[in-house]
Structure formats: structure tokens, C-alpha cells
Design a protein around this ligand. Structure first.
Ligand code: GLC
Ligand code: GLC
Length: 815
């Protein structure tokens, strides 16, 4: 097997990844939109769009795990004298003379050339707009006049993406459309309770259309051979039930050298109940037409595209590093930050691995994602914190997930994951340190969204903290509940029924002795943050109370959480050790090594360094750090889902990239810069992209949740790209702990931890109303330690740049 074939490359100046072969080892996708209207788009234009919620407001249909893979999307068909092709190669798969897909910051450009015709499509969602713009440019590079038949294609989803795939006795009778001018409107269920419709338009008169899938495609054909395109003749079909689609037909004549733009818009509209119709059954099209008018010329579209580019220029101008190492710089300056924005928008809901119907916004996930985007969009981080906290219960427990559309806790999943509360402290503190905005603590926030139950956010932090100490087990360590960060370590589950989900089956916590060392470490880290915060705002008694609890936790870990060479992972229901040398399998786990080393528990006693060494010895492999070792080889009823996975995959000894940064941060806090860097580079996408694209399979410009571990059949194979806490943690790790620019309440703390080969670099950091240009040199090749520091020419003691608005030059000498 060749592992070094390349399917594309980075174009850093354009902030794009350029795919040059459409047959990537897996669809390589991008995201359009960053507020309300979103689209997923693959390198062959596959994917779909939705408004806010990929489950409840799915606009176009997509069939996951299709055959062939990634079939269905926004397609342009060109029939050129009987030869039928698409700019993105699919679905016709007619060989192209040239193909390129450029994924950029919330836009994608796909270019195909065939027999002297170039078709280039720019896809993006304009800022603050509920539509996807598709600007198609057709150019005749030949010497002859050319006559082309152009067909567009979108397939509507009947809004609820789940029932769209299952309730056919209803669905096949409900579909409704309207066609007026060059606009096709999808209005299924609009006559009853829905107040929204979608539309697909083009800014030129059309020569025909189709809205019924069977008529356009043909019952026995695939998207690669639609009857209408094959014959070069639209049917002007009007859908009644079955599967409504939208296809425009345009006859295009191009002179030699001529180029023409066509602007297609896929949009979504909501109307007030009493404004829904203008005549019986005739929908009110005012808002759609207004949006269409905003983008009906090339100039207007180009201006909107420039705005999007400016928006990203601003976002990516907040933290800019120059190390001279392209592979590092492009991840820090472009792709890692971009992925953080995407995880902010999507949480874990919609990717090519997350179907958009399974999961809403995770309580723990969203709080962790926060640290990745708080510097870019602090106002939205603030709102996110309040939304999340509003789903908390009065005892500090929380719904594990909530729906983005309703912002309500999800009853199907419930709660009981005992790490969840700690993450609220984690996210809130990150927000305040970045912004200096302590007023968020006074914000009234309800419990479980119940009006009247509002208390200041600070109180939510207090009950979060208390939730851990009110739920301690026999060793005075935190009870794990349903599970901790590791959703699959289900110690109170005991399931023999394959029809039960490990996450939602009864949580038999009554009488359980199952305790988590991961939560213990997390509690010490976030508890210390809580103490620090309380002191800042003058709540000294609360700080003292919290101090005792945190110290007691550290002591409990040292007493009953240390296994000799590493931290234990947990105690099971019966109080037996998990992640111990005494265990038959899974003797060591990553999570507790990460959190207890970050917490510095037992540092003086040598525990931190021992633990980090054990990670290197037992968990590290070529592609990263595996979750546990040895892998489970059989299902263990007392452990739950973790032992259900084949060896080396997912939580059973996969490289679960999300938690690698915990160890890396632990390494930086221990001052071990070479080790930190070695772990980091192993999962840094740009290093992986250089090494192997075929084996890794998924997009080389973002992190994926899991890379198959050393015990797997195919170590190094990546899965579940894009929506993973890895993005935020990689960002936190590199921006604050490796490059060492750390926001604090008082200013920026400079504390890099570098590989000894690093000599110098500079960082531009915008922080609140200040901008710092920081130049760091490392003449002696140390990993950690600051010899001297100057701010605007004046030497300062210590390594904190006190916050002051304005522009500042900072020079730092390590040593
Ligand atoms: C998934 C979940 C996350 C969990 C992790 C480990 O990524 O989204 O919440 O912590 O798996 O099980
Ligand atoms: C499965 C996955 C885990 C995920 C959980 C919740 O258990 O292995 O990664 O967090 O489902 O969806």
C-alpha cells in the first residue's frame, strides 16, 4: 500500500487547502456559514445545508453512508453536445481535463475544465444571511462558439432530518413546491404548522425546470445519469408529494473567450404566522425576493465575499505567530483556529461522521470548545456560557446535551455524567481571563430553563464545585456517575442488553463505589481556578472553603490514586482498581495522567514525572498517545462500552486525540519541552499531511477525534474528523503552553515551553483593547524559563505583561 500519495497541498497565502485529485481517500469537507445558516460541502460538492439545527431544520437531503460514498449535494450538470460533466467531477465522474477544489475560511471553490470549457463555482454563506450563494462562472477557452445546456440540482429535505429518513407513509404525500420566475420554492408543511420555507434561485431567466425527482432523475437512474440531463431536456415537472427537488435549466451560448456568471441562491425564510400567505395557497415571497435582490449581480456577490474575507482577516489577526516553521505557523495561524470556530458552531452535531440527528450541544463539549474561540468571538462565548448554564440543575448536575434550536436540555440523554459541572468553571474562567468581563458572574441564569429560578452565574459555579464534593466515594474521590469525560467508561451500567445505549441505560449508582481519578484531577485544576476567581472578587470565605476541599482532593489522590508508576484511572462499582498494574488489561489510562499532571498532584514526590514517563513508555506510539494499554480484548460487563470496541479503536486504546493535549500540557508544566513538542507534532495535522495522506484517510487540514492506535488493524487511520474537542485543546496547548502566551485576569503571562532546538519566534497578540508584539529569543536553547523581559523598552520583574490598552512591544529572553 502506498502511504505517501498526495491529494492536495496547503496554500498558506490564500489560507486554503487545495485538493487536486477528486478521488480523495474519504470525502474531504468544509463548512460554510458561521451563525444561523450552515452548509457542509465536500471536495466534490456533496453535502447539505441547514438552518441552526441539523436535525430540525434540514434544508437539503443527504444520505449518510451512501453507495457510492458522498452521493447527493449541490450539483451543476453541463451537457456539452452530449457529453455530460460536473465541475466537481461527481456525480457523473466524467474524467476532467483539470480539477481543483480549494477549501478556504467558510468558503469553497471548485473548478473543473472539460474540452475547452471551464466551470468554476464559488460557494459561501454571506455574513448574517440565511442563504448559500453559489456563483458559477462558465468560460469558453476554445476557439469556437459553444452551446451548453446547464442544469442545477438540489434535493429538498422535508425539514426534520430524522423523520425524513423513516416516515415514508407520510413523507411521500406531503411534498409541495411553487415555481415563479427563476425561483423554486420548497413549502412542504408550510400550510400547517411550519412558518418557514426554502428556495433555490438563479439571477437569470431560465429555459425550464424540474421539481419532481423521479421525473428529473428517472426511477432507475442515479444522480450520475439523470434522464433530463442525458436527454438535454427539462420536463418542467411540478412535484406533488414523493421527493421534491429544485433544478433550473439554462441554455448558454458562449463566444470564444467569453465568460458568464450565474448566481444561484439556496435560501431559507421564516414568516410571521399571519404573514404566511398572500393568497390562498400562495406563499409570501417577500423576504426571499429581498435576499435574492441583495445578490443578483456579480458585483454584489463579490462584495459579500470580500466582507467574509475581511471577517476572517480580523479573526485571524488576533493571534499570529511567526516561527519560520510553516507546518507550525499554518496550523496556529489558520487551520487550528478555523476548526475551533467550526466546533463552536456545530458542537458535535453535523459532520460526515455525525449525522446531525444524533447529538445536540454537549455540556462538557461546548465548555471545552470555548477556549478555542473565546479570543475570536468573545460576545458569542458569553452567550454560549449562559445558554449552557441555563440547562444546569439546582444541585449542580446537568443535562449532558441540549438542542441548539430550543436551547433546552435533552431528556433522552439525561444527566449524571459527573465531570460535567467542572467544565462550566473551566469555560467561564477562560472567558473572563480573555475579556476581563467579570459582569458575567452577575448575569441571572435559570436552572433547567425554569423561569423564576434565576440566580447569578457565580452561583452556578458554586453549585458546580459543590457537585463534586457532594458526590464523593469511599476513598474521598469523586463518584463517576454515568461516566466522566470518557463516555465509555460506564462503571454503573452493567448491560447485557444490546438494545440499550451505554450512555442512557439505567445509571445504577445507588451503592456504587465507582470513583474517577480523571474527575479528581479535573476538580483540582478547575477548583484552583474557582479559588482564584473567588479571591479576585473578594469572596475570601468561599475561597478558603474551596481551598480545603481542593487540598483534600489532592491528598486523596496521593493516598489512594497512585499506583506506583502512574495514577490509577478509577475504582469500579465494587471498589476495585481500574488502570493499575494489578489489572489484567488496561493497566494504564491516559486521562488521569493528563489531569493529575496538569493539577501537579504529588509533584514534590516525583509522581508527575513518573506518570509522564509511564505515558511515554506504555501509551505513546508512532501516531500519538493511545488511551489505554494494553487494549481490552474482551467485553467486561463492569466497565461498559470501553471494552466493547475492537482493540485500538475509539476509547479502547485508540489515539483519542482530544486527550493527548492534556499530557502535552502536563509535560509543559513539568518543563519538558522536547517531550511536549514530540507528542504535539505527532498529531499536528500539517505533520501528518506531509507524512501520509492515504493511510490517514480524513482531511489533512484538521484534527480528527480518533486515530487508530498501535493495537488496531491499521494504526494511523483517522476517523471522525472536524468535530472534536481536540481542536480547542490543541489551540490551548500551542497558544498558551508551548508558545506560552497566556491570558490572565491581570494581563498576558509569558511562559513558553519549547523544544530545545527552538531559537526565536514572535507573536502578535490582540488582547482586550491592547495589541502586543512579542519577540522571544532563546539563545541558550532552554525549554523553559525567562531570563529577562522588556515591555516598551522597560525591564519588568517576572513574566507578566500587565494589561494596558494600546500597542506594545515586548521582548523576552529565555534562559
Ligand atoms: C466524544 C464526546 C465527548 C467525550 C469523548 C470521550 O468525543 O463528544 O463528550 O468526552 O467522546 O468519550
Ligand atoms: C460513543 C462513543 C463516544 C461518544 C459517545 C456519545 O460511546 O464511543 O466517543 O462520546 O458515544 O455519543
Amino acid at each position: 500500500m502506498t502511504t505517501n500519495k498526495k491529494y492536495g497541498h496547503f496554500d498558506d497565502a490564500a489560507r486554503e487547502y487545495v485538493i487536486t485529485d477528486p478521488k480523495t481517500p474519504w470525502p474531504w469537507i468544509n463548512y460554510l456559514g458561521n451563525e444561523d445558516f450552515f452548509s457542509l460541502i465536500s471536495n466534490t460538492a456533496g453535502g447539505y445545508s441547514f438552518y441552526k439545527d441539523a436535525k430540525f431544520r434540514r434544508i437539503t437531503r443527504y444520505r449518510y453512508n451512501n453507495v457510492p460514498m458522498d452521493n447527493g449535494g449541490r450539483y451543476f450538470y453541463i451537457n456539452d453536445g452530449g457529453i455530460m460533466w460536473n465541475p466537481g467531477w461527481k456525480p457523473c465522474k466524467t474524467p476532467l481535463d483539470f480539477y481543483e477544489c480549494r477549501h478556504g475560511m467558510n468558503y469553497t471553490r471548485i473548478i473543473g475544465r472539460k474540452n475547452g470549457i471551464e466551470a468554476s463555482v464559488l460557494f459561501f454563506v454571506p455574513l448574517k444571511t440565511w442563504c448559500e450563494v453559489q456563483k458559477l462562472t462558465l468560460r469558453n477557452d476554445s476557439q469556437e462558439v459553444r452551446q451548453l445546456k446547464l442544469f442545477s440540482f438540489e434535493e429538498w429535505c422535508l425539514w426534520n432530518a430524522a423523520t425524513d429518513m423513516e416516515n415514508f407513509q407520510r413523507n411521500f404525500s406531503t411534498g409541495e413546491v411553487e415555481i415563479e420566475g427563476s425561483v423554486i420554492y420548497h413549502k412542504t408543511e408550510y400550510r400547517e404548522r411550519r412558518n418557514h420555507y426554502a428556495y433555490y434561485s438563479v439571477n437569470t431567466p431560465i429555459d425550464g425546470f424540474d421539481t419532481d425527482r423521479e421525473t428529473f432523475v428517472g426511477l432507475y437512474n442515479g444522480f450520475d445519469q439523470p434522464d433530463a440531463v442525458l436527454e438535454g431536456r427539462p420536463r418542467n415537472s411540478h412535484a406533488h408529494g414523493w421527493s421534491p427537488i429544485a433544478s433550473h435549466y439554462i441554455e448558454v451560448e458562449l463566444q470564444p473567450g467569453e465568460s458568464r456568471d450565474f448566481i444561484f441562491l439556496l435560501g431559507y425564510v421564516e414568516n410571521e404566522q399571519d404573514q404566511k400567505f398572500i393568497a390562498p395557497k400562495v406563499i409570501n415571497k417577500e423576504k426571499a425576493l429581498a435576499t435574492i435582490a441583495r445578490f443578483d449581480t456579480t458585483e454584489k456577490v463579490d462584495a459579500a465575499f470580500d466582507e467574509l474575507k475581511d471577517y476572517w482577516d480580523r479573526l485571524l489577526d488576533i493571534y499570529v505567530v511567526d516561527t519560520g516553521n510553516d507546518k507550525l505557523d499554518r496550523m496556529v495561524n489558520i487551520w487550528n483556529q478555523y476548526q475551533c470556530m467550526i466546533t463552536f458552531c456545530m458542537s458535535r452535531s453535523a459532520s460526515f461522521f455525525e449525522s446531525g440527528i444524533g447529538r445536540g450541544m454537549g455540556f462538557r463539549d461546548s465548555n471545552q470548545d470555548l477556549v478555542g474561540f473565546v479570543h475570536q468571538i468573545p460576545e458569542r462565548a458569553r452567550q454560549r456560557i449562559i445558554d449552557i448554564a441555563s440547562t444546569q440543575f439546582p444541585d449542580g448536575g446537568c443535562y449532558h446535551q441540549y438542542q441548539p434550536l430550543t436551547k433546552r436540555g435533552n431528556n433522552d440523554i439525561g444527566g449524571g455524567f459527573n465531570d460535567d459541572p467542572c467544565w462550566l468553571i473551566f469555560g467561564t474562567v477562560a472567558y473572563i481571563k480573555e475579556t476581563g468581563d467579570f459582569t458575567i458572574l452577575d448575569e441571572p441564569v435559570p436552572f433547567d430553563n425554569q423561569p423564576g429560578s434565576e440566580v447569578p452565574l457565580l452561583e452556578h459555579l458554586r453549585v458546580s464545585f459543590n457537585h463534586v464534593i457532594n458526590n464523593l466515594g469511599p476513598h474521598q474521590l469523586p463518584l463517576i456517575g454515568r461516566a466522566d469525560w470518557n463516555d465509555c467508561l460506564n462503571l454503573n451500567c452493567f448491560s447485557w442488553d444490546p438494545n440499550e445505549s451505554f450512555q442512557t441505560t439505567e445509571n445504577k449508582s445507588e451503592g456504587s463505589k465507582a470513583e474517577s481519578l480523571m474527575i479528581a484531577g479535573l476538580f483540582v485544576v478547575t477548583g484552583n481556578e474557582y479559588i482564584d476567581l473567588c479571591r479576585r472578587i473578594g469572596h475570601h470565605e468561599e475561597a478558603d472553603r474551596a481551598r480545603q476541599a481542593v487540598d483534600a482532593m489532592s491528598a486523596a489522590v496521593m493516598k489512594d490514586g497512585w499506583d506506583g508508576e502512574w495514577y490509577l484511572r478509577a475504582y469500579d462499582f465494587f471498589g476495585r482498581k481500574i488502570g493499575s498494574k494489578e489489572c489484567e488489561e488496561a493497566k494504564i489510562f491516559i486521562e488521569s495522567q493528563g489531569w493529575c499532571t496538569m493539577a501537579g498532584i504529588g509533584r514534590e514526590q516525583g509522581m508527575v514525572n513518573r506518570s509522564l514517563d509511564s505515558v511515554k513508555k506504555y501509551l505513546e506510539c508512532e501516531h500519538g498517545i493511545v488511551l489505554n494499554n494494553p487494549a481490552f480484548t474482551k467485553y467486561i460487563y463492569e466497565y461498559g462500552e470501553i471494552s466493547s470496541y475492537p482493540e485500538g479503536y475509539k476509547e479502547n486504546a485508540g489515539i483519542f486525540c482530544h486527550n493527548n493535549p492534556w499530557v502535552i500540557i502536563g509535560e509543559t508544566l513539568a518543563g519538558r519541552g522536547d517531550d511536549a513538542w514530540a507528542h504535539y507534532a505527532k498529531i499536528l495535522p500539517s505533520y501528518v499531511e506531509e507524512k501520509y495522506q492515504t493511510l490517514h484517510k480524513v482531511e489533512p487540514y484538521v484534527n480528527c477525534q480518533m486515530v487508530a492506535g498501535k493495537d488496531a488493524a491499521k494504526p494511523g487511520e483517522g476517523k471522525n474528523s472536524w468535530l472534536t474537542g481536540t481542536a480547542a485543546w490543541m489551540w490551548l496547548t500551542v497558544s498558551q503552553y508551548i508558545l506560552g502566551i497566556k491570558p490572565t485576569y491581570d494581563g498576558l503571562l509569558i511562559d513558553p515551553c519549547l523544544p530545545s532546538t527552538a531559537q526565536e519566534y514572535s507573536v502578535k497578540r490582540k488582547f482586550r483593547d491592547a495589541e502586543y508584539r512579542i519577540r522571544i529569543t532563546n539563545p541558550k536553547g532552554v525549554s523553559k524559563g525567562i531570563l529577562s523581559m522588556q515591555v516598551d523598552g522597560c525591564s519588568i520583574d517576572g513574566n507578566l505583561i500587565p494589561y494596558a490598552p494600546g500597542s506594545h512591544e515586548v521582548t523576552v529572553v529565555m534562559g
